[in-house]
Design a protein. Structure first.
Ligand SMILES: Nc1ncnc2c1ncn2[C@@H]1O[C@H](COP(=O)(O)OP(=O)(O)OP(=O)(O)O)[C@@H](O)[C@H]1O
Ligand SMILES: [Mg+2]
Length: 259
């Protein structure tokens, strides 16, 4: 049995002066799983991912990561640094992630924080920027990039630290079809390398290729279903419920191959 990476027990979360956007969520994720989180706009997907990434803390319930309870009070200094090295988070909004004056500095930021030698960092950036096809962007300011370019740089700034767990919020959004295919292959190879992959998406084309398990959120901020992706794709009622298909959808067109 693989190691438990995350365990949520009756976790609830509300932003200040608002109703709960996560209600009594219980969930366990083990190492090497490939999991997609699905649900309508506003149901709480990004909030859940931010809890997993150690950026928000539940108001009630228990959240443990790698067997240790994660709480704001214990989550300072060294523990937070170690956590963020093991768990990489790609924000839904790339602008929230990018803040340096060049793409090169953006990619170097994490490794510099962890004290990696400059030569090693340069080598990693050379390799990664070739994989991401962003070599030509390295000297540009991130705020001059297109939405898709920003997304690639944001993904790069996480991959550069080679985390065990990747939490990606809408990784395919703003990517063109070629870049989406590139992302699909990237996620597949990360999965084969044994990484734990957790992502939120509305992109049903991506789901069967890069995840085996799906968590479906209801609009009342609870988990409506936790099931194998193959089972989900055979259930048009559930797909409609979580807004992955619209009311015109009758039969499922997928005849997807085993990857
Ligand atoms: N910083 C915040 N302050 C107050 N309310 C917030 C904040 N961030 C999100 N919310 C609210 O919490 C709810 C859940 O938001 P969240 O971003 O988790 O949804 P989501 O499922 O990721 O939606 P989407 O599919 O649109 O990305 C929404 O109603 C949103 O308006
Ligand atoms: Mg979201």
């Amino acid at each position: 049995m693989n190691q438990t990476v995350f365990k949520l027990d009756e976790v609830s979360y509300a932003y200040p002066q608002s109703e709960p956007v996560l209600s009594n969520i219980s969930l366990e994720i083990v190492a090497g799983e490939r999991l997609s989180i699905l649900g309508a706009n506003g149901c709480g997907k990004s909030t859940l991912l931010k809890i997993l990434a150690g950026l928000l803390f539940p108001q009630s319930g228990t959240f443990t990561a790698f067997g240790k309870k994660v709480e704001r009070e214990h989550f300072k200094g060294n523990l937070s640094t170690v956590y963020h090295r093991r768990i990489g988070f790609v924000f839904q909004d790339s602008e929230a992630q990018l803040f340096c004056s060049t793409v090169y500095e953006e990619l170097a930021f994490g490794p510099l924080q962890f004290g990696l030698p400059k030569d090693t960092i340069r080598k990693r950036i050379d390799e990664l920027s070739s994989i991401l096809d962003i070599e030509k962007l390295l000297e540009k300011p991130p705020f001059h990039l297109s939405g898709g370019e920003k997304k690639k740089v944001a993904i790069g700034s996480v991959l550069i630290l080679n985390p065990d767990v990747l939490v990606l919020d809408e990784p395919a959004s703003s990517l063109d079809p070629r870049s989406q295919t590139w992302l699909l292959h990237l996620l597949q190879s990360l999965g084969k390398a044994g990484k734990t992959l957790i992502f939120a998406t509305h992109d049903l084309d991506l789901v069967p290729h890069v995840s085996d398990r799906a968590i479906l959120f209801d609009e009342d901020h609870t988990i409506a279903a936790d099931l194998p992706v193959k089972t989900l794709l055979k259930d048009p009622k559930l797909l409609k419920q979580v807004n992955l298909v619209d009311e015109h959808y009758h039969t499922h067109p997928w005849d997807f191959q085993e990857d």
